[in-house]
Design a binder for this molecule. Structure first.
Ligand code: HEM
Length: 587
C-alpha cells in the first residue's frame, strides 16, 4: 500500500515537472521567432513579472549578465525587449518615427486618458505637444508663471518653525498644489482635499494591473478618473458661461484659436490630467531626495545656502524673487540634476513597435514593448566619476547637461516639456526652505525609509531605501514617536524614535538625556532659523557623542550632586554641560 502511494506521488511529481517545463517551453516556443534577442520568456501570461516587480534593477542586471545588454522577456502582460545599451537607447529615443512610439501600460493609458500626450503619436502628438509647450515652456514661465510660483512657495513654506515636518508629505502636497494653481488658479482655492484624494486614487491606478474588479487599484483609479473628469468638465462649463478671463493654463487652452494647436474638450481634459500627473511624483521625489542629500552633505548645503542668502541680501524682507534671480541659482540647479541622477527618479521609458523594427541586428516584432532602461547610465563611472557620491559640482561644467546620454528627462521628440518648470518648482522650494530653516532628519539605520503613501512606486522605493540605509527619509510607519519638551524653550518640542531618548537640540546644541529632560543653556551661533523644525536624532554611530563626553558628564553630575545633594538632576546636568568638556581635544 505504502509503496503504491510512493509511486503515485512520484508520478504526480513527474507530471507537475513536465507541465511546468512544458509551460516554460510553451512561452519560449510562442515567442521563439528567428532574429529575436536572447532571453527568457517565463510562464504563459505571468511571464517574468514576479521577478521583474520584486527585484527591479537587480532583475535587469541578472538578465544582462546572462544574455547581454539587449534581451527579451515577458513583463507587464507583454513580450518585451529590455535595452540597457546607452547607444541603442539613444537611437530608440531619437527615432520614434521609425516605429517605436510610447507604449505605456493599459492601466496608465485608460486612466490618464487615450488622448493624453503620451498616448498619441505622429501629427496628433505634434499638435498636442505644441499646445503644451506654449503653456509650460521657458518663455511662459519667465513672463507669467514665475511670480505665481514665488508667491505660492513663500506662503507654503511659512510657519514651519518648531514643527515636525514629514517632508515626503509636504513635497507631495507642494507638487500637487502648485500644479493645480498653475492649471486652474481660481478653482484651486475651492477644490478641497477630496479632489486630491480622487487624484491620488487615479495616480495609484496608473501603476496597477488592469483588472477591473471591485476593490482593485485599477477600478479605484478608473473611478478616480471619472470624478476628476466630472469636476474638470464642470469647471470648463462654468468658465465658458461666465466669460471671465483667468491667467492660467486652462484659460489658455480654452481660448486657443490657433488651428495648429487647438484641442478638443476631451483632449484638454486629458492634458490637464497629464500635467497634474507628470509633475507630481517626479517633482515631489526629487525635492525630498534633494533635502536628504543636502542633509548628508553639509558642504553642499552650505554652498546652496550661500547662493540663496546672496539673493536675499539684494532684497527687502519678504520681497519676491524674479527670473534673473532664478537664473543665477547655478549651484541649486546642479543639486537638482545631481539628485535626479543619484536617486534615479525615472528608471526608464516604454516604447511599443508599430511594425517589425531592426535593432542592433535583431528584429523586434510589431506590437512588442521596448523598455528603454536608462537608469543604469546614471552610475556609469566614465560619465560620472565616483558615481555613488553626491557631487553637484560635477554639473557646474556646463557641457555635462547636454551630453549624448543625458536621459534624466527623456530625449528626442518626447523630451520632458516640463523640465524647466519642474526645476523652477524645486529651486523655489529649496530657496525658501534653505533660507528659512535648518532641519534634521530622524530615524535610525534600521528604520530609514520613505513614508509609504500606499503607491506601489513609493513602496518599492521604500524597500530599496531600507536595504541601503544611506539613502532615504524616515519611514514613519515604523517609528514610535515621543514628544519631549525642551526644559528651557518650552515652545520647542522634539520628536524622537524609541529608546534611548537622546539627541541634540540643534538650536541650543544641548544633549537631551535619557530621562526625557531637555535643556537649553547656550544660544545658537547659527544665524538662520531661530527654531529648527525638528531636532532629535537617535544615536546613529557616526553621530553618537564621544563616550569620553558621556563619562565626563556622568562624573561631573556625580561631583555636582555630591557637593549639593538638593540640586535637581536637570540643573546638575546643565551645570555639568557648561563646565566645558574639551571637544576640540577629542578625535
Ligand atoms: C523633476 C521633474 C521631472 C522629471 C524627472 C520628468 C521626466 C520626464 C521624462 C523622463 C519624460 C519622457 C517620457 C517618455 O519619453 O516617454 C517626461 C515626459 C513628460 N513630462 Fe516630465 N518630468 C518632470 C517634470 C515634469 C513636469 C513638472 C511636467 C508638467 C508640468 C512634466 C510633463 C511631462 C509631459 C507632458 C511629458 C510627455 C511628453 C511627450 O510625450 O511628448 N514633467 N518627463
Amino acid at each position: 500500500m505504502a509503496a503504491g502511494l510512493v509511486v503515485i506521488a512520484a508520478w504526480l511529481l513527474f507530471i507537475c515537472i513536465c507541465v511546468y517545463f512544458g509551460l516554460l517551453k510553451w512561452n519560449q516556443i510562442r515567442y521563439g521567432r528567428k532574429g529575436l534577442p536572447p532571453g527568457t520568456m517565463g510562464l504563459p501570461i505571468v511571464g517574468q513579472n514576479t521577478s521583474f516587480l520584486k527585484y527591479g534593477p537587480d532583475f535587469m542586471k541578472n538578465q544582462r549578465a546572462r544574455h547581454g545588454s539587449v534581451f527579451k522577456t515577458h513583463v507587464m502582460g507583454s513580450p518585451t525587449v529590455i535595452c540597457m545599451n546607452p547607444e541603442l537607447n539613444r537611437y530608440i529615443l531619437l527615432n520614434e518615427g521609425k516605429g517605436m512610439v510610447p507604449g505605456y501600460p493599459t492601466s496608465m493609458v485608460d486612466i490618464l486618458g487615450r488622448l493624453n500626450i503620451a498616448a498619441v503619436h505622429g501629427s496628433d502628438h505634434k499638435r498636442v505637444r505644441g499646445s503644451l509647450l506654449s503653456l509650460i515652456g521657458p518663455p511662459l514661465i519667465k513672463d507669467q508663471l514665475f511670480a505665481k510660483i514665488d508667491h505660492f512657495m513663500s506662503s507654503f513654506l511659512q510657519h514651519w518653525d518648531g514643527q515636525t515636518i514629514d517632508i515626503q508629505e509636504k513635497a507631495s502636497e507642494m507638487a500637487f498644489l502648485i500644479s493645480l494653481k498653475e492649471t486652474m488658479e481660481n478653482e484651486s482655492k475651492f477644490l478641497n482635499e477630496s479632489f486630491k484624494q480622487e487624484f491620488d486614487k487615479l495616480v495609484i491606478g496608473t501603476i496597477s494591473l488592469p483588472v477591473n474588479f471591485p476593490g482593485t487599484n485599477y477600478r479605484r483609479g478608473l473611478e478616480g478618473r471619472k470624478r476628476v473628469v466630472t469636476v474638470l468638465k464642470q469647471i470648463m462649463k462654468e468658465r465658458r458661461a461666465s466669460g471671465i478671463t483667468c491667467n492660467d493654463m486652462l484659460d489658455k487652452l480654452l481660448r486657443n484659436e490657433d488651428p495648429k494647436y487647438r484641442l478638443s474638450d476631451d483632449e484638454i481634459i486629458d492634458q490637464l490630467i497629464v500635467i497634474l500627473h507628470s509633475g507630481y511624483e517626479t517633482v515631489s521625489k526629487t525635492t525630498m531626495m534633494a533635502i536628504k542629500y543636502l542633509h548628508d552633505n553639509p558642504r553642499a548645503l552650505q554652498q546652496l545656502r550661500e547662493e540663496h542668502l546672496a539673493i536675499r541680501e539684494t532684497k527687502k524682507p519678504g520681497e519676491s524673487i524674479d527670473w534673473n534671480d532664478y537664473k543665477s541659482m547655478t549651484f541649486t540647479r546642479a543639486v537638482i540634476i545631481e539628485t535626479s541622477r543619484l536617486a534615479t527618479v525615472v528608471n526608464g521609458v516604454l516604447r511599443r513597435t508599430t511594425k517589425d523594427v531592426e535593432l542592433n541586428g535583431y528584429i523586434i516584432p510589431k506590437g512588442w514593448k521596448i523598455y528603454v532602461f536608462t537608469g543604469e547610465i546614471n552610475y556609469d563611472p566614465n560619465l560620472y566619476p565616483e558615481p555613488l557620491t553626491f557631487n553637484p559640482w560635477r554639473w557646474l561644467d556646463k557641457g555635462l547637461e547636454s551630453h549624448n546620454y543625458f536621459f534624466l528627462f527623456g530625449g528626442g521628440s518626447r523630451l520632458c516639456p516640463g523640465k524647466e518648470l519642474g526645476i523652477v518648482y524645486i529651486s523655489m522650494f529649496l530657496h525658501y526652505f534653505a533660507t528659512r530653516y535648518r532641519w534634521e532628519i530622524f530615524g535610525s539605520d534600521e528604520i530609514w525609509g520613505l513614508v509609504a503613501k500606499g503607491t506601489r512606486a513609493t513602496d518599492q522605493l521604500c524597500k530599496k531605501v531600507e536595504r541601503q540605509p544611506q539613502v532615504g527619509i524616515p519611514c514613519k510607519r515604523l517609528l514610535d514617536s515621543v514628544t519631549v519638551k525642551c526644559g528651557h524653550c518650552s515652545n520647542i518640542s522634539f520628536l524622537t524614535s524609541r529608546p534611548p531618548l537622546q539627541g541634540q537640540c540643534l538650536d541650543h546644541h544641548q544633549f537631551i538625556p535619557q530621562e526625557k529632560q531637555g535643556f537649553c543653556s547656550n544660544t545658537s551661533s547659527e544665524p538662520l532659523s531661530p527654531k529648527a523644525p525638528f531636532v532629535v536624532k537617535p544615536p546613529e554611530k557616526k553621530h553618537r557623542l564621544p563616550s569620553a563626553y558621556n563619562r565626563f558628564m556622568k562624573e561631573e553630575i556625580q561631583r555636582i550632586k555630591a557637593a549639593n545633594p538638593e540640586i535637581p538632576h536637570r540643573e546638575a546636568f546643565s551645570t555639568a554641560a557648561k563646565n566645558g568638556f574639551d571637544f576640540a581635544g577629542m578625535k
